[in-house]
Design a protein around this ligand. Structure first.
Ligand SMILES: Nc1ncnc2c1ncn2[C@@H]1O[C@H](COP(=O)(O)OP(=O)(O)OP(=O)(O)O)[C@@H](O)[C@H]1O
Ligand SMILES: [Mg+2]
Length: 366
């Protein structure tokens, strides 16, 4: 089942493809006890996520940057019979962590249900191949298993993205799966029982509009791990730089010098607006309506690099990022524009080494 052969032209290889080498190395040296059908021990899974240097000198790159304890709790949960719910504001790496956890634990991250307001029960239970259903009546051959059913059979991890966007009655289809570890198929008078190793990782964010609260029956079946925003500016700068570098390499953008300074600037602007106070703690600010997540900072910088490579002089300058920063901050054209102008005039303008950024922002907001 595991796909580890990577075609070089893939726009975005899955975690288990991109990090196949690291996963193999870890599996080879890992002599700690593994839960049934896990490819790695819980210790090795956490090492894969947070990175580190192995005894033989092999370096494992960090995927998640944040508190080790959170990842330990997440991995320990998956080794029990409780499912894992990753909760947090947008852009806190919920999807990212869920993909890497599944890749490390069962070697595949693709048993995925994307939650939307239109997600139907078939996506969680099973559907039918109607041509075969009409031709041969209900049979196992006509049944189309959902990713959850496939994971149950194979003792793998099923991922459910944006669980709270799924209508409540559909969400509740998970209750039997999680508590009884079985999926009844009444049409065939049979059931699919989960084999050892099966579990579910769901993600949900607590900010979006139009969410359907989890029923308490369902919530009880999950252990919740809340992923926080990066604790410090340095941590956030490190996350953004690393991801920008990886994305740039994947998009074959040439390397850009001096990007570090612009990364720090974007991160500072985002953090200040998000927290409503300047980094020196002196000036109170209003926060815009958008979330200004780490993920958005990553895309602002990647955008800027593309601009400077294709239309600029190949050096990332304030003018290359100003437009994208503005686009991230101003989500509501009226209220956010006021917040932004205040910030620009009261904070950006006063910083002596930020005059290029000030000018660039004035230029684009006209
Ligand atoms: N603490 C972190 N460590 C490593 N990467 C991070 C961290 N925080 C954010 N990122 C990066 O941010 C990007 C977006 O993360 P992701 O899509 O997983 O967010 P999310 O929490 O699922 O957001 P949403 O609620 O919008 O779905 C990823 O590329 C990820 O690498
Ligand atoms: Mg997500």
């Amino acid at each position: 089942m595991t796909t580890t052969d990577v075609t070089p032209d893939l726009l975005r290889p899955h975690a288990e493809q991109a990090y196949a080498e690291e996963l193999r190395t870890l599996a080879a040296i890992d002599d700690r006890p593994r839960p049934p059908s896990w490819q790695l021990s819980p210790w090795a899974v956490v090492t894969y996520l947070l990175g580190g240097t192995l005894d033989d000198g092999t370096v494992i790159s960090p995927k998640y940057v944040g508190p080790r304890r959170l990842m330990e709790v997440a991995v320990a949960t998956l080794a029990t019979d409780r499912a894992l719910l990753l909760l947090g504001v947008p852009g806190t790496a919920k999807t990212w962590v869920s993909e890497h956890l599944s890749a490390a634990i069962c070697g595949q991250s693709t048993l995925l249900v994307q939650g939307t307001s239109g997600t139907a029960e078939e996506a969680i239970r099973y559907g039918w191949n109607y041509a075969r259903l009409l031709a041969e009546g209900p049979s196992e051959g006509a049944l189309v298993p959902s990713p959850v059913m496939t994971a149950m059979r194979g003792g793998a991890i099923a991922r459910i993205e944006e669980l709270t966007r799924i209508p409540s009655d559909v969400q509740d289809a998970l209750i039997t799966v999680l508590s009884e570890k079985t999926l009844p198929v009444p049409e065939l008078g049979m059931e699919v029982q989960a084999t050892k190793g099966f579990n579910v990782i769901a993600t949900a964010n607590d900010r979006d509009r139009g969410v359907n609260e989890l029923s308490s029956a369902l919530r009880r079946r999950f252990n919740t791990v809340v992923l926080p925003l990066p604790a410090s500016e340095d941590e956030e700068v490190a996350i953004v730089s690393r991801r920008v570098e990886q994305l740039g390499a994947a998009l074959e953008l040439p390397e850009i010098p001096a990007a570090a300074e612009e990364v720090r600037r974007v991160v500072r602007v985002f953090r200040e607006l998000r927290s409503g106070i300047t980094a020196d703690g002196r000036t109170k600010l209003k926060s815009p309506s958008g979330t200004l997540s780490t993920a958005e900072a990553i895309s602002v910088i990647t955008n800027g690099i593309a601009l400077s490579v294709h239309f600029g002089d190949g050096i990332l300058r304030a003018a290359d990022i100003a437009g994208a920063v503005l686009g991230s901050v101003i989500k509501d054209p009226v209220a956010d524009a006021v917040v932004w102008t205040e910030y620009l005039e009261a904070v950006v303008r006063e910083r002596p080494d930020w005059s290029d950024f000030y000018r660039a922002c004035r230029e684009v907001s006209r």
